[in-house]
Design a protein around this ligand. Structure first.
Ligand code: ZN
Length: 452
């Protein structure tokens, strides 16, 4: 069968069986024939920063099943449009979902048997890091010599846990500085050396990425800024992304989260979770044009609000189901933290003549604490994991505003009116939009409300 008649044939099948259109974007396995149908797969070497291609419409057989996640019923499962991953260096195929009869298997990893047919298209997508497809590779961690061992371990536990929760995207590198000047230069030299090893330029891998001198110069000031901030107790970490060079760059410095200088020990995991959330967001934007990337990311209140809200939620969720350790022997108190932030958000909002959510990073200061409540108000209209499962996978195809409308059922302009109204309500009504609030006892609710 040639390509055209295959397409005509599949079109006829879709028209006659409406069920197929629901399942069209997801892998299906037919146990009777042993054939796996893959609608969309990103093929590449996930250790590298360039050279990924997207293939559509492939049929193949399975050699070995390496691992399987959850199984759910097809009728009860939201199907994803996320592409599969084929990592050529591992020779493994990762399927976010595969339909087998009336079941859906999640996160299935296999090795491929035989290629039966390829009737689709091939598209260059640049780096695996920004292809929407997940990674099966380990992350890369580097610390300057004076970063203590226990801190390294906690950061890695945090990032690995966040990747389990939000999906694993890579190549990802964490570069953490000590507090001193001494280790900085040798650490940046190591950083610039590594750029030569894993890849230089997304689209022109043979072009020199930059001279060692230039790399040292650019990243010295960048690493120093992070170091300086932490030295001033503005604890944080940053995701610089380095999208044009095709990987996810995360940087931080000590003192910081997990150190004795950080007063909120019980919530220190929020640091790596928040930054990792930004990695997930960026992993869904393959556009290399800077303005195009900015437009796809959406307004800053949104980027920061959802990262803030979901990092908090994920840490609470994972600690309560035992998949993330407690710090200092104490569980992170999600509602206490939200109540404190809501109190700050209310004060900020009420102190302004014409309060607005910040559209740019320059604008977010005055209503900073409102961002995550805007995110909660959006998520309360749908599912708490809708961004990772549906919103971000649709972003490149539909653009930010259309994805927003389709996900939350209203335009962003209408949402700003809804949010302004929300900010006039009493704290109890405001907290009631949070997942899990309804399940609290009266005395627990009263305790959190006493925070205002
Ligand atoms: Zn952030």
């Amino acid at each position: 069968m040639d390509t055209r008649s295959f397409k005509t044939a599949s079109l006829l099948v879709i028209v006659s069986l409406p069920l197929i259109s629901k399942t069209f974007a997801v892998d299906t396995f037919d146990p009777a024939t042993g054939i796996l149908s893959v609608p969309r797969v990103v093929v590449g070497d996930w250790r590298l920063t360039w050279g990924a291609q997207e293939y559509t419409e492939i049929k193949l057989t399975v050699d070995e099943v390496v691992s399987v996640g959850q199984t759910t019923l097809l009728d009860e499962t939201d199907l994803t449009i996320r592409p599969d991953t084929f990592d050529t260096s591992l020779n493994q195929l990762l399927m976010p979902q595969v339909i087998v009869g009336s079941d859906v298997y999640t996160d299935v990893v296999i090795t491929i048997g035989e290629l039966i047919s390829f009737t689709g298209t091939i598209t260059e997508v640049g780096s695996p890091a920004y292809s929407q497809a997940r990674s099966l590779q380990p992350f890369y961690y580097s610390y300057s010599d004076d970063v203590p061992q226990n801190l390294r371990e906690l950061w890695e536990i945090g990032i690995e846990a966040a990747a389990k929760y939000f999906g694993r995207y890579g190549p990802l590198e964490l570069w953490m500085q000590g507090a001193g000047e001494e280790g900085l230069t040798s650490h940046i030299a190591k950083f610039c050396d590594r750029r030569k090893v894993i890849g230089m330029n997304v689209f022109e891998p043979d072009m020199p990425y930059m001279t060692l001198e230039r790399c040292m110069l650019i990243f010295k000031s960048y690493f120093q800024t992070v170091q300086q901030k932490n030295a001033n107790f503005q604890f944080g970490a940053g995701v610089q992304g380095d999208a044009l060079r095709g990987y996810h760059l995360m940087t931080s410095a000590i003192p910081g989260y997990f150190g004795k200088e950080y007063v909120h020990q019980d919530r220190a995991f929020i640091g790596p979770f928040h930054e990792y959330y930004h990695v997930m967001q960026r992993a869904h934007i393959s556009n290399l044009d800077l303005d195009g990337r900015m437009a796809l990311k959406g307004p800053t209140w949104f980027v920061e609000g959802v990262a803030g809200a979901l990092a908090d939620y994920a840490v609470m969720d994972m600690q309560s189901n035992g998949t993330l350790p407690l710090l200092d022997g104490r569980a992170y108190d999600f509602f206490d933290h939200q109540a404190q932030h809501l109190d700050l958000a209310r004060h900020q909002w009420q102190s302004l003549d014409d309060p607005k959510l910040g559209l740019t990073s320059e604008e977010i200061g005055p209503t900073f604490y409102s961002n995550s409540f805007a995110a909660w108000l959006l998520l309360s209209r749908t599912k708490v994991n809708i961004l990772e499962t549906t919103f971000y996978p649709n972003l490149m195809k539909k653009g930010w505003e259309q994805t927003f409308v389709d996900t939350f059922g209203m335009s962003s302009e209408d949402f700003y009116l809804l949010f302004a109204d929300y900010m006039t309500k009493e704290p109890e009504e405001q907290l009631a939009i949070m997942p899990g609030w309804d399940a609290l006892s009266r005395s627990e609710k009263d305790y959190y409300l006493s925070r205002f």
